[in-house]
Design a protein around this ligand. Structure first.
Ligand code: PRP
Ligand code: URA
Length: 209
């Protein structure tokens, strides 16, 4: 079963409070989501493999470490996932960026796929799928289905706020995918919104309604 990691770093929790606050406007919301994306990327990359190389410092030769292993790709689930991409890229600037376009039908709450574009070497990459919200889990499950269908084998999922039912849906559908979140909230309301949550992430990021 996929593990769930809750990032309880004080800076992440502090910024998340202002992301949740309904009085936070679009500009600040976007900046905060970006910052939390960077902080979460720092945590999520903790287990990246290193290899030793030799360099010359101004003083002498030294054996020291650089990243090795698989190349990374970040995949935002459109549209709200876009808000986390730049923040992650600040720490992993060489990562490729794929896109999966899904929206949640407001009546059925089922995801509808409208766009998928991934880097060419899918099988060799490690993917970090990003979306601020994991509510019913339908969108994340479907996005990861889309990646796996195209050959992706190594996938992590990162979001800001998750509902327990969404985590369960992901663990059932994708037991090989670990989930990285900033907060595990209480439940969903009758409209499928996370409670207490932060509202509609896409609308708050882009100032739409
Ligand atoms: C939101 C959010 C997730 C999805 C989560 O997207 O960004 O993708 O809902 O809900 P789920 O876990 O129940 O599937 P939305 O469908 O509102 O589209 P948007 O990003 O285009 O606003
Ligand atoms: N999508 C959102 O943007 N917010 C929620 O609370 C649930 C799904």
């Amino acid at each position: 079963m996929g593990k769930v990691y809750v990032f309880d770093h004080p800076l992440i929790q502090h910024k998340l409070t202002y992301i949740r606050d309904k009085n936070t406007g679009t500009k600040e919301f976007r900046e905060l989501v970006d910052e939390v994306g960077t902080l979460m990327a720092f945590e999520i990359t903790r287990d990246m493999p290193l290899e030793e190389i030799e360099i010359d410092t101004p003083i002498q030769k030294a054996k020291t470490k650089v990243l090795s292993g698989k190349k990374l790709a970040i995949v935002p689930i459109l549209r709200a996932g876009l808000g986390m991409v730049e923040g992650v890229l600040k720490l992993i600037p060489a990562a490729k960026v794929g896109h999966v376009g899904l929206y949640r039908d407001p009546q059925t709450l089922k995801p509808v796929e409208y766009y998928v574009k991934l880097p060419a070497d899918v099988e060799e990459r490690e993917f970090i799928v990003v979306d601020p919200m994991l509510a019913t889990g339908g969108s994340a499950v479907e996005a990861i289905n889309a990646l796996k269908k195209r050959g992706a084998k190594n996938i992590k999922f990162m979001c800001l706020v998750a509902a327990p039912v969404g985590v369960e849906a992901m663990q059932e559908a994708h037991p090989d995918v670990d989930i990285y979140i900033a907060a595990l909230d209480e439940k969903l309301n009758d409209h499928g919104y996370i409670v207490p949550g932060l509202g509609d992430a896409g609308d708050r990021l882009f100032g739409t309604k």
